[in-house]
Design a protein around this ligand. Structure first.
Ligand code: PBG
Length: 331
């Protein structure tokens, strides 16, 4: 005889109103951050072939995207610069009139306090070899020499007006180095977002198109091994001890377990970056008719939040915020 169930979880799924009532995970537009690419020397927005729907903005287009982000109620934008020229030390990163620093100032002016202006703090967009740091004579990435460059870059970004610095280079000691430089120059209030657990991932592929990366080889001597979760927790704890105000896990979707573990122990907010490849995967699968685009987007962002992210960097930030403001549920 088949026993009649007495414990019936389906009871709470019976109507849309009930499901809404018992929804555990909510998302608000203020918990979304939009990554924005700014390219030097262009006058109109350029599409990025591997990221359909995402563009490189000209400097003159920054005010418009900042306004759109503010109107959508986003938490902020994260700026990435694409310079016209690159060299071994990534000088464009520290020059006050470098493209990223100019974009920061343009964005801060346009935002007028309505959203936070954040900047990527890493050398890879500015070096001719494409690595996140400067190279030692043997060709390896020189950790400690890079820290001095990051300290200078942090000061250039803070002077340009950036409120949140996204340290994405995965050098040891980078948070402490940047915090000391900022504090020593009167920028004690500039926030450090540490890309704490950043993995050496194939999911950054489209981003490297977006920033026209010149990288040969890979970043496995500084970004993390995708097999390691405990080490991700260690990186986050170390960054918090060095003074990180926020820690991040990246990519998001393939590393939800790491995100969950970091969120369980972190004393500071934990963010996640839904990276370019995660974006491209859904866009191209949807374009091929394989999945429902909007449902897949909603589910992917919700999953990241459910796993423990307080905020999510996503290329769909504007679109998802629009749905949320229209009262649409993500599940
Ligand atoms: C480094 C940086 C990268 C991304 C964000 N910051 C690229 C890398 O580490 O190779 C990737 C973001 C994405 O794929 O969307 N400046």
């Amino acid at each position: 005889m088949i026993p009649t169930p007495t414990d019936r979880p389906r009871r709470l799924r019976a109507s849309a109103a009930l499901r809404r009532l018992v929804t555990e995970t909510h998302l608000h537009p203020a918990q979304l951050v939009l990554p924005v690419f700014v390219k030097e020397g262009i006058t109109t927005a350029q599409p990025i072939a591997s990221m359909p729907g995402v563009v490189q903005y000209p400097l003159g287009g920054i005010a418009e995207v900042v306004s759109a982000a503010a109107d959508a109620g986003l938490g902020g934008i994260m700026l990435f610069g694409v310079p016209a020229e690159r060299d071994a030390s990534g000088s464009g990163a520290t020059e006050p009139d470098g493209i990223l620093n100019r974009a920061i100032t343009a964005a801060v002016d346009a935002a007028d306090g309505r959203i936070t202006i954040q900047a990527d703090l890493c050398l890879d967009e500015f070096t001719d070899h494409g690595h996140c740091g400067v190279l030692a004579p043997d060709g390896s990435v020189d950790n400690d020499a890079t820290l001095a460059r990051y300290a200078d870059m942090a000061l250039a970004q803070a002077r340009a007006g950036a409120e949140v610095l996204g340290l994405s280079g995965m050098m040891d000691g980078q948070v402490a180095a940047v915090r000391a430089a900022l504090d020593g120059a009167g920028f004690a209030d500039v926030v450090i977002l540490a890309y704490a657990a950043k993995y050496a991932s194939a999911w950054y592929g489209p981003f490297r198109d977006a920033v026209e990366s010149t990288l040969q080889g890979d970043r496995r001597t500084y970004q993390m091994d995708p097999a390691n979760a405990r080490e991700g927790v260690r990186e986050a704890q170390q960054d918090i001890a060095e003074g990180a105000d926020i820690v991040m896990v990246k990519p998001a979707g393939p590393y939800l377990d790491v995100l969950h573990r970091v969120a369980a122990v972190s004393s500071v907010p934990v963010w996640a970056y839904q990276v370019s490849g995660e974006y491209a995967m859904i866009e191209f699968a949807a374009a091929a008719g394989a999945i429902d685009r909007e449902r897949a987007i909603a589910e992917s962002v919700l999953g990241i939040r459910r796993a423990g992210a307080d905020a999510v960097l996503t290329y769909w930030a504007l679109e998802v915020a629009g749905w949320l403001r229209a009262g649409r549920s993500l599940s």
